[in-house]
Design a protein around this ligand. Structure first.
Ligand code: DOR
Ligand code: ZN
Length: 356
């Protein structure tokens, strides 16, 4: 049996689903060798991706942004994805000039990404105090121009399981001080974050990753340590995951997909100081379909991956469709001999068969 889930009211038959093409509103496309692997895996399934700026040197000005965008487009074209559109972000850092963000916006960069200093990979330069007067001009400029503020919402000096919850007062402060600024709390992992995002005005939204729909802390440290489940923010409790899962299938436009797919070399994960980040882009469509199906919510999948994010960012909806069928496939154990994907070696139930 086949069926379409374009229409919420349509009856869904569970072996084939077709939706509008998808967006990933949070992707780490990396550089050099990793870039050449990350870009095709994202572009294969996502028409657009919001590209994180935490590369080296960081995307803090137009020159770096232009160069980086061209590199991404070059790989996408050469991999057979000429329609892939990288949505560029600029990294917000202490002491930044507000003119830099307006230039970035004029160049077409859709968001400024703020990492608290030390919060995660390559965040040595970032924001040490969101309330610092110098940043006020930057946020005002973004607010006036309609540029989105995307935040890694964790307080790095708090105990690791409390970092996200401790950031919520900063989120509330930002939303109150800059009432027209569109803010995305990225990769939420806690019930408290879900509640905060729901309670704040419609200018505040959140992305949800696929790995946080599947993992709890026990999947990281409950048995033998699994470095391939280690990411920031770290997965939390069953109750937190239940809240994030409910938000994803709720149909509330404040919650949309951002994979946070973050490949690292295997030796940098399986070592004494393992990097945070999970490479999910090869399995994201399959796992999203599996999760939404398990919650009898396949009719909500399309909005989550191709409508709510675009609408929040004020972007047109993608044209064309993507089709998945229910057919088992085995996730490779490793890509290019050095990147271990999420669910490596496991059998998943859904696969993408067509994009048009
Ligand atoms: O786990 C993560 N990895 N979280 C982030 O916020 C950054 C990412 C990375 O760049 O490796
Ligand atoms: Zn990220």
């Amino acid at each position: 049996m086949t069926g379409s889930i374009n229409n919420e009211k349509e009856v869904v038959m569970n072996t084939r689903i077709t939706t509008r093409k998808w967006d990933d509103f949070h992707a780490h496309l990396r550089q050099e060798e990793l870039l050449r692997i990350a870009v095709p895996h994202t572009a294969a399934y996502f028409e657009r991706a919001l590209v994180m700026p935490n590369i080296k040197p960081p995307v803090c000005d137009m020159l770096v942004a232009k160069r980086y965008r061209n590199e991404i487009l070059d790989v996408a074209h050469r991999s057979g994805y000429p329609d892939f559109e990288p949505l560029m972000t600029i990294k917000i850092v202490d002491g930044m000039n507000s003119g830099t963000v307006s230039l970035a916006h004029a160049f077409g960069m859709v968001a400024g990404k703020a990492y608290p200093v030390g919060a995660t990979t390559n965040s040595e330069e970032g924001v040490s105090d969101f309330r610092h007067p110098r940043l006020r001009r930057v946020f005002e400029e973004m607010e006036a121009g309609g540029m989105v503020l995307s935040v890694h919402g964790e307080m790095p000096l708090a105990p690791s399981l409390e970092r996200e919850a401790r950031f919520l007062c900063e989120l509330e402060w930002l939303a109150t001080q800059f009432p027209k600024l569109k803010i995305v709390m990225e990769h939420i992992t806690t019930r408290k974050a879900v509640e905060a995002v729901c309670s704040l005005p419609s200018t505040v939204a959140a992305t949800i990753t696929v790995h946080h729909l599947f993992l709890t802390l026990d999947d990281v440290i409950g048995g033998k340590l699994n470095p391939h489940h280690f990411c920031k923010p770290i997965a939390k409790t069953l109750d937190d995951r239940a809240a994030v899962q409910e938000a994803a299938i709720s149909g509330n436009p404040k919650f949309f997909f951002g994979s946070d797919s973050a490949p690292h070399r295997r030796e940098n994960k399986e070592c004494g100081a393992g990097e945070a980040g999970i490479f999910t882009s090869p399995v994201a469509p399959s796992l999203l379909a599996e999760f939404f199906e398990s919650r009898e919510s396949l009719h909500r999948l399309e909005s989550f991956v191709s409508r709510f994010g675009a609408e929040f960012y004020g972007l047109p909806l993608n044209k064309g469709t993507i089709t998945l069928i229910k057919e088992p496939w085995e996730v490779p154990r490793i890509y290019s001999s050095f990147i271990v994907p999420f669910k490596a070696g496991e059998t998943l139930q859904w696969k993408v068969v067509e994009r048009s």
